[in-house]
Design a protein around this ligand. Structure first.
Ligand code: DGL
Length: 269
């Protein structure tokens, strides 16, 4: 455990599961000398079908753990946790820098020619007040078609990134965007870039597809203060470590990394 006198120099990164790896791989590339601590809350995935209270409780418990492990900067590599918990986290740890992940409405507005933008997100993000406020603030006169996509994250968590069933589900969720004639679409969940070819196939080559992971990693890099210490990557999961190890090797091709089991003390009510 970290004592109060030792500096908290690591970067803590969390997601409901494997989606945050899309942010983590950008962070690894940008900050090769940092120590990164990733926590996959797989026992509670998907967050997108949980209540705001549960998402907040999980985010608070995980952040507390990452701080105890030595994190001095927290990257919320999850749109759903950002939508429902970032305010509570900032309130609980006012001196700690947090980087959230939110759909890039501004870049989408800049990219769109016809003024119609699609946003694909988890059900909990799609229905959040924070997303409504983000759109009201940045979309101007552009129309934003928000599509909640239940089911997608479950497939990806299970290691399915290409089945016929998943392709059909992606088609189904993209249909309203096609009907609306959007020319730009945002992937508003960090899991979604892991199946980017499927979104592209369903939306058609004319639709520009934007995601945000690189911008999130850049923001974290700006806030991170390099300090002498051991660079590296620590991975924990509240789910099955062997399953996550296999997922990482198969989907990311990172080889057999060590993955530790994580048990939080506070469980959501
Ligand atoms: N990857 C997450 C996001 O960006 C959460 C997905 C989920 O657990 O539903 O929203």
């Amino acid at each position: 455990m970290q004592t109060d006198s030792s500096p908290r120099r690591d970067i803590g990164v969390f997601d409901s599961g494997v989606g945050g790896f899309t942010v983590l791989r950008e962070l690894r590339a940008l900050l090769p000398t940092a120590r990164l601590r990733y926590l996959a809350d797989a026992a509670y995935a998907p967050y997108g079908s949980r209540s705001p209270e549960e998402i907040r409780a999980r985010s608070l418990a995980i952040t507390e753990h990452l701080i105890e492990q030595g994190a001095g900067l927290i990257v919320i590599a999850c749109n759903t946790a950002t939508a429902h918990a970032i305010d509570a986290l900032r309130e609980r740890w006012p001196a700690l820098p947090f980087v959230g992940t939110e759909p890039g409405i501004k870049p989408a507005v800049a990219a769109s020619r016809n003024g119609r933008i699609g946003l694909l997100a988890t059900p909990a993000t799609a229905s959040s007040d924070r997303l409504r406020a983000l759109i009201a603030r940045h979309a101007g006169s552009h129309e934003v078609v928000v599509q909640g996509c239940p089911g997608i994250v479950d497939h990806i968590e299970a290691g399915d990134i290409d089945s016929t069933e998943l392709r059909a589900l992606v088609e189904h969720h993209c249909a309203p965007l096609r009907t609306a004639g959007v020319d730009t679409a945002l992937l508003g969940c960090t899991h979604y870039p892991l199946i980017e070819p499927l979104w592209r196939a369903a939306l058609g080559a004319d639709v520009k597809l934007l995601h945000i992971e690189t911008a999130v990693a850049r923001r974290a890099a700006e806030l991170w203060t390099p300090m002498p210490g051991q660079p590296g990557l620590d991975i924990e999961t509240s789910g099955d470590p062997a399953a996550l190890r296999a997922w990482i090797a198969r989907v990311l091709g990172w080889g057999e990394l060590d993955v530790r089991a994580h048990r939080t003390r506070k469980e959501p009510a």
